[in-house]
Design a protein around this ligand. Sequence first.
Ligand code: GUN
Length: 282
Amino acid sequence: MAKIIDGRAISAQIKEEVKQEAKALAARGIKACLAVVQVGDHPASSVYVRNKHRACAACGIKSLEFHLPESCGQEDLLRQIRDLNAREDVDGILVQLPLPRQIDADAVIEAIDPAKDVDGFLPENLGRLLIGQDGFLPCTPAGILELLKRSHIPLEGKECLVLGRSNIVGKPVALLMLREHATVTIAHSRTANLPELMRRADILIAAIGRADFVKGADLKEGAVVIDVGINRMEDGSLHGDVDYEDAFDRVSAITPVPGGVGPMTIAMLMKNCLRAARARRS
Ligand code: GUN
């Protein structure tokens, strides 16, 4: 029987741990604080931002909201970031993506103080991951590692296949698996021998954004599947990048969609906020 890796339960456990730690920090007069910057009213972004504020409230982390109009200029946004960099009471800065077209998102992200980069998107923090130094880890990759660790899935010496090479998920999660001594392959849209790679993988991490792309027959018997995909179907339901029903009987463990990787991202954001507060102020 396949084990279902319950991201909701593990996320709740992490948020409870963060809450206890935030309380201990508050007892020493340090109130961890996250600033969330949203530009415009992208509907999905508004949902994500609201969820981040809710998670902060549940964990005892203060959260501040900065909402700029869709038409705002690059300089307005940079001024906001510089202001938040300078604020002693702000530990973490998160600029919700995507940003409107007139704004250079890379320049905005890179304006964030690396010590407040709780998203782990800055070149400095990604570079630290690359060379094995401590820094902020991007939340989704960190959440995937946490799911695997708390499910006691061994990584050392395992063949790990990452589908997708984005800067936010594919590349950093590959580096994290490497850090855990897995043998890592990154596959992408131009990969020639994908069927062969999938059949060999002990651990498959799918982050390509194509609904039900991976079928049961593609997988190695007993593989562990981590599904990062969140694809909205015509009937309104959410499907991952892996055909869950089809894969279920073939795998030893799998994350459902929804309720797998998704809830972990915010939990790891909370953990990063607390870490920023501790590092900056104690
Ligand atoms: N938009 C979608 N996911 C994310 C995320 O993890 N961080 C930020 N800043 N924006 C996002």
